[in-house]
Design a protein around this ligand. Structure first.
Ligand code: 13P
Length: 251
């Protein structure tokens, strides 16, 4: 089973519009001619349209960092799937640890967002991952299994082919403390088995599972060498053209 690697940059709440356009152009330049991997960037909502325009003609995909589940309505502060599609966005990060832990999003709401995204034809990246406390208590697999089964509730097998999963241990995000390649592979393999239990082996084998949490030029190659690591979701190191270019060009 071949899974096309996906290197994704999550810009979080960084960069003004001109800064975002400048970085997007650099990413497009660094991605030129790459056919064996996909590159994605997720700017803040306000920069989506300008960034999409800046990378047009390049293979770089543009994603949002969240999305609501309805077409329109009384949802103050939210953005709908058709609004994203209107500016050319076709991917969305969901259930990021900052959405879960800073903004209190629970599995049920993340599932609602994910089902809504799929209904409108957006490709979701479902983020899962344990806190340090949960890891130390020996609950990593339990937490991740729950985030997966609840996050994917009511998602049919044919829709699941669209879904990307990202394993981001909370203790590794923005801390400089990357999971070792063995720790990453262990949880990625567990996620694939959990997907097999929820769906079928052939489907589980086709789902891309990204690793996120202090991914850097120095560790990308060894992470990508792991059997079940199919890409990376990069925060801090995606904000500099040079480091993200090196990560895109992992070997
Ligand atoms: P860092 O790469 O800054 O640790 O962030 C990871 C992340 O949260 C990507 O979504």
């Amino acid at each position: 089973m071949t899974r096309t690697p996906l290197i994704a940059g999550n810009w979080k709440m960084h960069l003004t519009r001109p800064e975002a356009v400048e970085l997007a152009k650099a990413v497009a330049g660094a991605s030129k001619g790459l056919t064996d991997r996909e590159v994605m960037i997720a700017p803040a909502y306000l920069s989506l349209a300008a960034v999409k325009e800046a990378v047009t003609g390049s293979p770089v995909r543009v994603a949002a960092q969240n999305v609501a589940w309805e077409k329109q309505g009384a949802f103050t502060g939210e953005i709908s799937p058709p609004m994203l599609q209107d500016v050319g966005v076709d991917m969305v990060i969901l259930g990021h640890s900052e959405r879960r832990h800073v903004f209190g999003e629970k599995n049920a709401m993340i599932n609602q967002r994910l089902v809504g995204a799929l209904r409108f034809g957006l490709t979701p990246i479902l983020c899962v991952g344990e806190t340090l406390d949960e890891r130390e208590q020996g609950n990593t697999f339990k937490v991740v299994a729950e985030q997966l089964s609840q996050g994917l509730q009511d998602v049919q097998a044919e829709q699941m082919q669209q879904v990307v999963v990202a394993y981001e241990p909370v203790w590794a995000i923005g801390t400089g403390k990357t999971a070792t390649k063995e720790q990453a592979q262990e949880v990625h393999a567990f996620i694939r088995t959990a997907l097999e239990d929820l769906y079928k082996k052939t489907l589980a084998d086709s789902v891309r599972i990204l690793y996120g949490g202090s991914v850097k030029p120095e560790n990308i190659d060894s992470l990508m060498a792991q059997a079940d690591v199919d890409g990376a979701l990069v925060g801090g190191a995606a904000l500099q053209a040079e480091s993200f270019a090196r990560i895109i060009n992992f070997t």
